[in-house]
Design a protein around this ligand. Structure first.
Ligand code: ASP
Length: 435
């Protein structure tokens, strides 16, 4: 029998009532043997996440200020959780130890990791599962990313019968100290566990029933995505569709383990399945995603096409300014480079001056206030008419397209429009393909 790894996000373990739902999910399928919990999240919109409270405590302690108030809130939440679940975990001594560590200068990562650690201890106790500390089996690189050596290190710790609980979010760095992934990093832990046990599927339980084909704030009746490939998801999440940590895809993708995004509050719903390949014949487009906040530098020079190394010089100068670019569509005598505004932050004048000096263009300038929209789908490749449908819809809505980019994979058409046109453009594209 194959096994299933279940990662539960913060809202899924935010209260005793939620943990009971987790138990119901685990007990309803004998293949669900590996649990990866987050730290307790929000129980209601104005509630605090434990991880945020831990960061606050650390910040106060670092400044030599009292962290008693936020720490008390943390203690109360865990004690209440343990009491309501009737577990015998010796929380008082664990909480006292964390307080002592806070007072003696423990690292920010160590303090944050205790959210998942305590959550894991309580859930393991409640479920009668074996607790595996990721400090023993998960390694992070010096810059906080997953060290692939973790798969082989973790695998032997997860051998045997019964249930296992591996808290999310942390492991050890190269120096042996506790390190956390970036925010939302329990998704990565779940992927590492799935890879280490060669799971049949990696279930990622959250509080939504999977991904939607468009942002519901823009398209209120956006349909759910039933199935999406890793490649498609990568393109959609790059453009802002987020339910899953970017880095979490790689461990499972390399091993062809599908990911299933599920809703703890509606476990009967199938959610979104992320797979290596899908039959795209009936749904060529999986989603439309986009972001505002882009700028474009355009450079025009007659006979640019004959000047060897022109593009390289442009990109060299950009790199020398420590700026990363998003796209670089070219014309015959023109080239433009698109940046996220936060990359350009305060560097534009010098960048333009350097480009001017080195390239002597006929015209150079900067356009702010652009939005990029990606229309993504495996079914677009080698299919005639997708672009026509997209651009007809945009034109019929009076939107002017400023930039067009399509990668060689043909699973994504990216257009750039003025920010004021962002919402109508996304709506037009969605309705052109979905209804
Ligand atoms: N608790 C961590 C955070 O809030 C990690 C996670 O939940 O995935 O970012």
């Amino acid at each position: 029998m194959g096994s299933v790894v279940c990662k539960f996000g913060g809202t899924s373990v935010a209260s005793a009532a939620q943990v009971r739902k987790v138990e119901g999910i685990i007990r309803s399928d004998a293949r669900r043997r590996f649990l990866v919990p987050s730290a307790p999240g929000k129980r209601y919109p104005s509630d605090k996440k434990i991880t945020d409270l831990l960061y606050t405590c650390h910040q106060l302690a670092e400044q030599g200020l009292s962290f008693a108030e936020p720490y008390q809130i943390i203690c109360d939440r865990y004690l209440e959780l343990a009491r309501e679940l009737e577990v015998s975990t010796s929380l008082e001594s664990e909480l006292a130890e964390i307080e002592r560590q806070l007072k003696s200068g423990a690292s920010r990562d160590y303090v944050a990791s205790r959210g998942e650690y305590l959550s894991g201890r309580i859930i393991a106790d409640y479920m009668g599962a074996r607790f595996v500390d990721p400090a023993d089996g998960i390694r992070l690189t010096a810059d906080g990313h997953l060290d692939p050596a973790s798969y082989a290190l973790l695998a032997p710790l997860l051998q045997g019968e019964g249930l296992f609980v591996v808290p999310g979010f942390y492991g050890r760095g190269p120096d042996g100290e506790i390190r956390t992934f970036s925010r939302g990093g329990s998704d990565i832990t779940g992927a590492v566990v799935a890879r280490a046990v060669d799971a049949e599927v990696y279930e990622n339980w959250t509080d939504v029933s999977g991904l939607l084909m468009a942002d519901p704030r823009i398209v209120p009746d956006a349909q759910p995505i039933r199935e999406v490939t890793y490649r498609e998801l990568r393109e959609l999440s790059y453009m802002g569709a987020s339910v899953f940590h970017e880095e979490a895809m790689f461990p499972v993708r390399q091993a062809n383990i599908p990911i299933n995004i599920r809703n703890t509050n509606a476990p009967e719903e199938p959610g979104t399945l992320i797979t290596p390949a899908r039959d795209a014949s009936s749904t060529p487009i999986v989603g439309v995603a986009g972001r505002t906040g882009f700028s474009m530098v355009y450079i025009e020079k007659e006979l640019m096409n004959q000047e060897r190394g022109f593009g390289r010089k442009v990109l060299d100068i950009i790199e020398a300014h420590g700026i990363s670019f998003e796209h670089a569509p070219t014309g015959i005598d023109s080239m433009c480079v698109i940046f996220a505004d936060k990359e350009l932050d305060g560097k534009t004048d010098e960048l333009i001056a350097d480009l001017n000096r080195a390239l002597k263009p006929d015209r150079i300038g900067l356009v702010h206030g652009l939005a990029l929209i990606a229309t993504v789908g495996e079914g677009m490749a080698f299919r005639v008419g997708t672009a026509a449908r997209l651009f007809t819809a945009i034109a019929n809505n009076g939107v002017n397209v400023r930039i067009i980019a399509q990668g060689s994979s043909e699973i994504n058409i990216i257009i750039g429009v003025e920010e004021k046109d962002f919402v109508p453009a996304v709506q037009a594209i969605y309705h052109a393909f979905v209804e």
